[in-house]
Design a protein around this ligand. Sequence first.
Ligand code: SAM
Length: 214
Amino acid sequence: MRLRNITGSREVIAASHYVVQEALQPDCPGTWKEIFGNDHPLHIEIGMGKGKFIHTMAKMHPEVNYVGIEKYSSVLLRAIQKMEQEELGNLKFLRMDAEDINKVFGPGEVDRIYLNFSDPWPKDRHAKRRLPSREFLARYDVVLKQEGKLEFKTDNRQLFDFAVAELEPAGWKAEIITYDLHGDSDLMEGNVMTEYEEKFSALGNPICKYVIYR
Ligand code: SAM
């Protein structure tokens, strides 16, 4: 998702107290309890887009701290606008490329990672850029607690098959794999729809999901 460049979005982000501005400083990893002012579990969404999923999750689970990560200012701006309408103390944002995740979170600092409708990067030579690739799984392996889990949803069957095939070589195991999330009433319990999930399921696309651990 790349919205048109919105004039002033960088300035809004730089001034927003919902965005952790100092995150890429070398002393950020290990300080998330201080940033939130409590020791609640930390859940992050990588590539959150306009933030519907993470905003809803944060509202439903005030006992969890959430961080939404988005690469593009014009998209993050939408998530900030949502927070301006309904402020939540347990949700913060980061504008960054997920490649830098290990510069922001310390070893074992994160309890859960969400990837929702990640960009497919269909060309083979771009496989390393896919957020569920083994290269990214190795980064998540460092920041995620040993007993932590990662959840991934997509309607892109090719990307999902790739993601499933990456698990074994990367040393991860699947707790849940479904190729039709919306057809499974047990798995749908507590499911929060993302913007893309709403759009693609309305078109009749089945939604794939896995929950993985090491
Ligand atoms: N998660 C949302 C949803 O399900 O509605 C948005 C999905 S959209 C297809 C993917 C989003 O991930 C885009 O907003 C894109 O800018 C962001 N993104 C892609 N690669 C990223 C990266 N390496 N780091 C941070 N964000 C990224």
